[in-house]
Design a protein around this ligand. Structure first.
Ligand code: DON
Length: 353
């Protein structure tokens, strides 16, 4: 072969390779990645879910806290906040509801900021209880007694761990930490606090039981009081979604850019949410939805889409386990339509037909 022919062949081969490399995947018979749907696609799916479930008659407001029984059962709001700080909201988005048990996620995060995950694991644990969130039997039966940071006993123990010179200082630390996760100043709904503080004998009993097993790390009743305040923090659905998006964004609040939670703590939080976020409904939730989530008896649920964002839904009527019925249905619908299940290989990369 002459030198000239050799060079011509090299150039042709180069051009062929380059033309394939520049072709879109679809021309090679492969689909583009579904990881990032367009805003319009997400909006359409959220709108479908909103219309489909807005008149769902399932569930009943929590009534063991008198204030919650009086909240309008028809309230219904949805918010998505992405890790690149886009926000999409629908329905009753201005209403401030009590964060209730969703607070437990952020107190767990604060305790880990202070002591690291291993200490929190040793002092509180991360085992699903298979019991109601306020179960006395779980405290008596389980080897750890505390269960995990999301059942009331474990949450009260978590609050007791957080250091401060006084109960007031501890409460202010917690409130300020939640506010940094939300990217806005949050505050107590005093009526909720008063209503719950007047009726929380069960939680006081749990704290005394924890004391019997040496699993509470500050004054039991003082810890219950700070815990009751943290449950009475008011959030609207967008603030809640932003708190979730902070977790989705490796602990960095997407709206303020502040690294609120250490990135290395986030997987421990998300794994706890997966195992215990919806209490006795957690197994079914992981099976059907596959997103780390946390519910509160105020009617909120926040689900985290790691690396992508968070969806929060507020609707007061609850199922038997204490989880908002509409919120579960909306999140399941949206997660299904947008392939968000973290256990599904379809949730990232290339999607088949
Ligand atoms: O301690 C309680 O019972 C309430 N402050 C919180 C319970 C709760 O939100 C359970 N979640 N679904």
């Amino acid at each position: 072969m002459s030198k000239k022919t050799f060079h011509t062949r090299i150039v042709i081969a180069f051009l062929v390779v380059m033309s394939f490399a520049s072709l879109p995947f679809s021309s090679l018979g492969q689909k583009a990645s579904p990881v990032a749907p367009t805003r319009a696609q997400v909006e359409a799916v959220v709108r479908e879910a909103y219309e489909k479930f807005k008149n769902d008659p399932g569930g009943k407001n929590a009534d063991y806290i008198p204030y919650l029984a009086k909240v309008d059962s028809k309230l219904f709001g949805i918010a998505i906040v992405t890790t690149d700080n886009q926000e999409l909201t629908m329905g009753d988005i201005k209403y401030s509801f009590s964060i209730q048990s969703i607070s437990k996620v952020f107190s767990q995060a604060l305790a880990m900021e202070e002591f690291g995950p291993e200490v929190v694991f040793q002092k509180v644990g991360s085992e699903p209880t298979g019991r109601a969130f306020n179960s006395v039997f779980a405290v008596a039966d389980m080897p750890t007694h505390t269960g995990n940071p999301y059942v009331n006993a474990g949450a009260i123990a978590t609050v007791s761990l957080i250091t401060a010179k006084s109960a007031e200082e501890k409460w202010q630390r917690i409130l300020s930490f939640y506010s940094r996760c939300a990217g806005e100043k949050l505050s107590l709904i005093d009526e909720v606090y008063q209503s719950e503080a007047a009726t929380n004998t069960g939680n006081k009993a749990l704290s005394m039981l924890l004391a019997k097993y040496d699993r509470i790390y500050a004054d039991p009743f003082e810890s219950v009081d700070v815990y009751t305040k943290q449950c009475s923090v008011g959030v609207n659905v967008a603030q809640l979604a932003r708190m979730g998006a902070t977790l989705a964004n490796n602990g960095k609040n997407p709206s303020t850019g502040e690294q609120v939670i250490k990135p290395e703590d986030v997987p421990y939080i998300l794994s706890t949410m997966t195992m215990a976020g919806l209490y006795d409904g957690s197994g079914g939730w992981a099976w059907h939805v596959g997103l780390p989530a946390k519910s509160g008896v105020g009617g909120g649920i926040v689900a985290v889409m790691p690396g992508k964002g968070a969806i929060a839904v507020f609707a007061p009527p609850l199922d038997e386990a204490g989880n908002s019925v509409k919120a579960q249905k909306v999140i399941e619908y949206v997660a299904g339509k947008l392939d968000l299940n973290v256990f599904s290989p379809r949730s990232v990369g290339l999607k088949g037909e």
